[in-house]
Design a protein around this ligand. Structure first.
Ligand SMILES: [Zn+2]
Length: 321
C-alpha cells in the first residue's frame, strides 16, 4: 500500500528557496545532512542542490537545465558529482577512501565538487571515522550531502559538523493544492480520487490532462449503479475495458475496510455497507484475481470479474430486532 510517491519539487519550494538563498549568500554549509521522513523527497532535493551548485549559469535562481553542467547531471555523467551508495549492506572504509581521493582533486568544470552519500547511516565505524576526516578539512570547492532516515543514528561528530535539514513527507493537502494549480478546471473530488488511486502526482497530472477525469467519473457512476441498483454491467464493462481500474476497485476495498475500522469516511465509492468478513472475502478475491492476471496474461478478466462484483452487492439479511 505504501507506494513511493514521485514527488514534484514544487511541494518543497520553501526548502529550495532557503537553500538557494544560502547558496547566493555563500552561507551554505559544506556538509549538509538531509534527515528525511519516509516519503520525503530527500533524494530529489539532494539532486537539485547538487545540480544547482554545479550549474554554470548565473542568471537563474535554480539549475538552468541548459548549460553543459546541467546536461551532464541529467545524463548522470557529471565528473564533479559523486554518488556514494552502500556496496552491499554497508558503506565500507575503502569506499570512503576512494571518495576522499576524488574529493581533493580540482573540479573538472570549475565550479565545485559535490558528493551525495545516499544512506549515511550505513557507514561502518571505520568508514564513518574516515569520512569524518574528509569533512573536517574540506577543500573550498567541496560539498557533501548526507542522506539518512530520521530514525537512523549517526556518529555524533559527523552530526555536529553538518548543517541539518529535516525533509518531511509531503503533505497530501499540498499535493492537492499543487494539482489544483496545474488543473484549475478539474473538479476537486476527481483530483482527490486520482491522487489517491494513482499515488503519483506527476502521473496524476498527465492522466487528468488526458481523459482521466472522465474515466474516474465513469468508474464512480458505474460503481453507484452497482451498489444502488444491483446492476453489475456498467462496472464490469468499465473494468474489462480499462484493466488499470481493477486497481481502483482494490483501493475502494481497502478504503472500505479502513472506514469499518476507524469510522472515518474517505472520499469516493465505498462498500462499507458489507460486513467485515464479506469485505475481507472480497479483498482476498481481488488479490487472487490480480495474482492470476500477473501470472497469466491470457486470463479472461471479463469472466473472472463477475464473482467478485456479485459479492460486492450480496449483503447478509439484516437480523431482526
Ligand atoms: Zn545549468
Amino acid at each position: 500500500m505504501n507506494k513511493r510517491l514521485t514527488i514534484p519539487l514544487n511541494w518543497y519550494q520553501s526548502t529550495l528557496d532557503m537553500l538557494e538563498q544560502q547558496i547566493i549568500e555563500q552561507h551554505l554549509g559544506q556538509t549538509l545532512l538531509f534527515d528525511y521522513d519516509e516519503g520525503g523527497a530527500a533524494v530529489e532535493i539532494a539532486n537539485w542542490t547538487a545540480t544547482r551548485l554545479l550549474c554554470q549559469s548565473d542568471t537563474t535562481n535554480k539549475p538552468c537545465g541548459y548549460c553543459h553542467s546541467c546536461k551532464m547531471m541529467s545524463a548522470h555523467s557529471h565528473s564533479d558529482f559523486y554518488l556514494l551508495e552502500p556496496s552491499a549492506v554497508s558503506i565500507g572504509v575503502d569506499q570512503v577512501r576512494a571518495l576522499q581521493e576524488w574529493a581533493v582533486q580540482t573540479p573538472s568544470h570549475g565550479r565545485a565538487k559535490v558528493t551525495v552519500i545516499s544512506q549515511v547511516g550505513k557507514l561502518t565505524t571505520a568508514a564513518a571515522n574516515a569520512l569524518l576526516k574528509v569533512l573536517e578539512e574540506p577543500k573550498a570547492h567541496s560539498y557533501f550531502i548526507l542522506l539518512k532516515p530520521r530514525q537512523t543514528a549517526l556518529l555524533a561528530t559527523i552530526l555536529s559538523r553538518s548543517q541539518r535539514l529535516i525533509i518531511h513527507a509531503p503533505d497530501p493537502n499540498q499535493a492537492l493544492g499543487w494539482l489544483q494549480q496545474q488543473l484549475p478546471d478539474t473538479p476537486n473530488t476527481l483530483q482527490q480520487l486520482a491522487l489517491h488511486w494513482l499515488n503519483d502526482a506527476n502521473q496524476v497530472c498527465d492522466f487528468l490532462h488526458a481523459d482521466g477525469a472522465k474515466q474516474i467519473e465513469q468508474f464512480c457512476q458505474a460503481f453507484n449503479t452497482l451498489i444502488q441498483q444491483g446492476n453489475i454491467e456498467p462496472l464490469h464493462e468499465q473494468i474489462s475495458t480499462h484493466r488499470d481500474q481493477l486497481q481502483w476497485l482494490g483501493q475502494v476495498l481497502i478504503d472500505s475496510m479502513h472506514t469499518k475500522l476507524t469510522t472515518e469516511q474517505l472520499a469516493g465509492p465505498s462498500v462499507a455497507h458489507l460486513d467485515s468478513l464479506q469485505l475481507m472475502g472480497c479483498y482476498q478475491q481481488f488479490v487472487d484475481l490480480q495474482q492470476q492476471l500477473n501470472t497469466n496474461v491470457a486470463l479472461n478478466l471479463s469472466l473472472q470479474l463477475y464473482p467478485l462484483l456479485l459479492n460486492l452487492i450480496e449483503t447478509e439479511e439484516p437480523s431482526a430486532h
